[in-house]
Design a protein around this ligand. Sequence first.
Ligand code: IVH
Length: 705
Amino acid sequence: MDTLTRYHELKQQIHFHNHRYHVLDAPLISDVEYDRLLADLRQLETEHPDWVTSDSPTQRAGAAASGKFEKIRHPRPILSLANAFGAGDARAWFERIRKLDERLATAKFTVEPKIDGLSVVLHYRNGLFVQGATRGDGEVGEDITANLRTVRAIPLKIPVNRAESAQNSPALGQISLFPAQRLSTPSIPSELVLRGEIFITDKDFALLNARLAENGEKTYLNPRNTAAGSLRQLDPAITATRPLTILVYQVVYWVNEKQAGQETALPEPWQSSQWELLGWLKSLGFPVSDAARRFDSLDEAIAYTETWETGRDNLGYEADGMVIKLDNLTLAAELGFVGKDPRGAIAFKFPGREVTTQLLNIEVEVGRTGVLTPKAVLEAVEIGGVVVKNATLHNFDFIAEKDIRIGDRVLVKRAGEVIPYVIGPLLDARSGAEMAYSPPATCPACAQPVEHLADEVAFYCVNAACPAQLIRNLEHFVSRGAMDIVGLGLKIVEQLIAAEQVKDVADLFFLKKEDLLTLEGFAEKKADNLLEAIRAARAQPLARLLAALGVRGVGEVSAKDLAAAFGSLDALSAASADALQTVAGIGPNIAAAIVDWFGRKRNQQVLEKLKQAGVWPTQTQNADLKIPNAPLNGLTFVITGTLPTLSREAAKELIEQNGGKVTESVSKKTSYLLLGEAPGSKYEKALALGVPVLDETALLARITL
Ligand code: IVH
């Protein structure tokens, strides 16, 4: 097979698997296999930069940051919808329009979730994604093409899940990864403009916040604002890190150059039925809602809407209602609109999930890494069938920014599976008796002074002996993903700490049976079982022990990588921040947190005790880290500026594949600075330190020599 054929084939495969993963939610290959295909493609593209086209999967995050967004005039107005609150309103809507056209007597309805996200407009020319815009004022939006390219659920080229035509790529027929059955080629208008909604699923939002919280960073307030902020990032590389997705539901505009003048051509089904339209969009590879249904009567459409009103938490994303649309698009268009609202559809709104209640108190919880988090104690209130007594206040900055006071009436929202959160105070409801709040100066659990770093949002209790921290710490240490000590639940953890039998995690391994027997509820058998479980945990591998120690930013995944790279806690505790950053996924913040953790006296004592107890696993270092004879073995690179063909990510991958390492900051140990267009301060630093500079061509030459 020639290289060009292989290149086209790879591109097709990646588009196909991307669609399986991000649109159909049904991957056929593992992430590792996917990454390998992508790496192969990048390799071919570095060898043949002239082959790269805008629809290549590598082009999703390559663009440089723009200074501002250009304006784009939409080809047709981007309309909004009139609201219906309840079945009565919905029936009244239909009664009104029914009088306007007799054909409505037999109308069908397509019902879809009204996603609480951001409306975007996608332009495809000859099947290629060429432009994307925000809704703006409905007439003119902003050009956010580079950001939308990073959303993997948006096809860069349509149709997605079919092989490219046989002439281009004769070998494609033999690829087993493609479905055996080929769809017949749907005719795609040469110019196709679609509308969809960008959003973040509840699950992805929770994951994103959990990761941020673990690193002591500011968490996001809600999925919609996060999605909105991500779309308006001037640097698409940032957008690319946010878990945005899309559902598409409307054709705004289309032209088919080939069909111009052919009046005999019958309209295709997607042009005249919303239901057919959704099916057609899906066949092209677009994500469409799988909760959409078509009904023969309004009563059925309303009944279906109401099932989602009660089951909205099961949708997996935020929806503020369902849209009931006349299925007949031709008829809907003829009905016209009132103001900006088309007559042919109505938004059936769900009851709001924001309520007001009184903020009785602000409590502070201490997490395992010592992070203090404020929690609202509320006068109990029902929100969408659930009684809410507590809500998150995010962080102390949030309380200050919103000037939230104890005794305030506050607006609280409960959405999906997301923890209820306080939106802000109702300033008009103030009586004057409310009390301003300031973050605690001492830890609520141990009364030791609290630390607040100027560039972080988090407030920390840095007392390693803090009982609240110790409880969370031990709870984490023994948990399933960490040392997995079966039978050691929260209650026993609390007992051990209260009895002062355990003052740090290492003390667990020195527990004696007679100690345990003094605790309430412990008899021979229970004590034996617990000691046996603790004994067994000594054999846990290094990665688990490392994750169990609870170093900020070191979760299960990075613990595995660090264990593979360093092989022992001795090696890790001696590692510099620079050395740590050579491990994939370890950035400057986490590297600093690791160095800080190992540098603390108290932690060193814990490590010493673990060593004495024989809890000191080691593992052989991963041989992959040194690739025999690789051209960049032992070299450390720092990248700055925009490279002519490679994205940062691609450059990093390429360097690593060739035995080199990439770190974030320039030091004397940096072997080379990889220099691109418009470099940052790293360039000056490299010059000052005398670090040699390479450009992309020189790097590629070194690799291919
Ligand atoms: S149809 C003429 N369908 O809801 C078509 N809108 O005011 C009008 N939305 O901002 C829109 N999900 O962005 C439609 N399945 C859906 C929708 C949807 C969310 C948004 C849309 C608009 C608002 C309606």
